[in-house]
Design a protein around this ligand. Structure first.
Ligand code: EPZ
Length: 419
């Protein structure tokens, strides 16, 4: 297994090009199952999750060809049931269910278990399918949805933590081929949901209201092939912006969308970070001493839970007290104890972490537990003195394209080693 060995203490400087968004490309690849015709998706990041989705679609019978940063998918003839082990291994693959149900009126996938960040039930996905007229059963570890016909319906998709991103995506995809109109209230407004709706409309779907809590889908008889360029990854952009602040460097983010990052940039400005936009580039640099800020994670356009860990690393470096409250996932503080190994002073109180920041961090071997936690450990390691070894770096490769190479280009002393 590989690790990253980081020698900290270097301000990161230079330019980084932001890749396509993982959380947009996964449901967009699944959406290609809705038609027999070829679909071409561009700005596809080279990530293990993306390759995994390619394997799942191939298993279902689709032809999947990756070429450079594009993928061509043609699902002429497909099965209605995903491979048990493949689907079980990647939660994001649950989003094949909506397209399969929409096109074949039946879908079966292995029930995604929980993960380290939370129980992550799919009750809202299933509620949506049932509202369209599907019979939903859970048996032998499989969740099945079947319907003679799918009929458009009005439904409320809000849950314990508000809207659901993949739940909205799944129901929206199934509803594109339902009879009549579906209105989803409390729909997720994430840019990745909007990007999926754009792709579906390019395939001939009739979707309005994407990006607002009220999504209207007028069903059509069939969809055709389409081409689409995926949006840039706002979480990757936020991660590099925070790395610039943490190392007291200056990074220009190429190709990032500032309009997807208001909540993150607003908090960074509050900490004293300077952000300058020039065309499609955003330059991030620290502007004097950092100031502590309080963060509460919320559905979009609130502060994203996928940036919580990285922001905690920055607050650990910032003199003063900051309170970070996680409202989306019930156990997304796995990084706290590992940041503690580097000398951070953080206490967990219920859904909040109290960060007593400002103590200099010193390098140590640490263990990545999940994708965003590993990004936080890399940021802390870049700012710490001495060597930090981030183990189980496969977590990072799931969501960050060539992170160590991009960091080296910014002047970081980081190398990939065998554990
Ligand atoms: C997506 O997961 C992202 N994953 C996650 O990113 C991201 O953290 C999350 O949205 C929230 O922004 C992908 O897009 C592949 P949710 P998703 O359904 O759709 C509860 C990363 O780091 N809920 O919006 O699975 C759920 O438990 C990953 O890139 C129900 O209760 O998240 C959670 O508390 C991690 N019932 C909340 O809603 C349901 O049926 C939000 O989850 C569905 C969700």
């Amino acid at each position: 297994m590989e690790s990253l060995l980081i020698k900290g203490g270097v301000p990161l400087c230079g330019e980084v090009t932001i890749s396509g968004a993982k959380n947009a490309v996964l449901p967009i690849m699944a959406a290609a199952l809705l038609t027999r015709e070829p679909c071409v998706i561009r700005r596809v990041p080279n990530l293990s999750d993306v390759k995994f989705m390619g394997r799942i679609l191939t298993w279902l019978g689709a032809e999947v060809h990756f070429q450079g940063d594009s993928v061509r998918i043609q699902a002429r003839k497909i099965k209605g049931a995903g491979d048990y082990d493949l689907v079980r291994k990647m939660r994001g693959s649950i989003c094949i269910m909506g397209p399969l149900l929409g096109r074949l009126k039946k879908a079966a996938v292995s029930l995604p278990g929980g993960c380290v960040i939370g129980a992550r039930p799919i009750n809202l996905h299933l509620k949506g399918f049932a509202a369209l007229g599907a019979k939903v059963t859970i048996e032998n570890g499989y969740v099945r949805a079947e319907a003679r016909r799918l009929i458009g319906a009005d439904l409320f998709l809000g849950g314990r933590a508000g809207s659901t991103v993949l739940g909205t995506a799944n129901v929206m995809m199934a509803a594109t081929l339902a009879e009549g109109v579906t209105v989803i209230e409390s729909a997720a407004c994430e840019p990745e949901v909007v990007d999926l709706a754009c792709f579906l409309n390019a395939m001939g779907a009739k979707i309005t209201g994407a990006g607002s809590p009220t999504l209207t889908i007028t069903g059509v008889k069939q969809l055709h092939g389409a081409e689409h360029e995926v949006i840039p990854d706002r979480i990757e952009a936020a991660t590099y912006a925070i790395a610039a602040a943490a190392t007291n460097g200056e990074i220009t983010l190429r190709g990032a969308r500032a309009d997807h990052l208001h909540a993150v940039f607003d908090k960074l400005r509050d900490t004293g970070v300077k952000l300058e936009r020039q065309g499609s580039a955003i330059t991030v640099r620290r502007n004097g001493r950092l100031k502590p800020v309080d963060i509460t994670t919320l559905p979009y356009s609130g502060f994203p839970t996928d940036v919580q860990a990285q922001m905690m690393a920055l607050m650990a470096l910032t003199p003063g007290i900051s309170i970070i409250t996680e409202r989306i996932f019930e156990s997304r503080f796995m990084h706290v104890s590992e940041l503690g190994r580097l000398g951070a002073d953080i206490e967990i109180e219920g859904p909040s972490a109290i960060v007593k920041g400002g103590k200099p961090l010193s390098g140590a071997p640490v263990m990545a537990s999940d994708l965003r936690a590993s990004a936080a450990l890399v940021i802390a390691g870049l700012a710490a003195s001495g060597h930090t070894q981030v183990n189980r770096v496969y977590h990072l490769d799931r969501g960050y394209e060539n992170m160590d190479a991009k960091l080296r280009k910014l002047g970081a002393r980081v190398q990939r080693i065998e554990e």
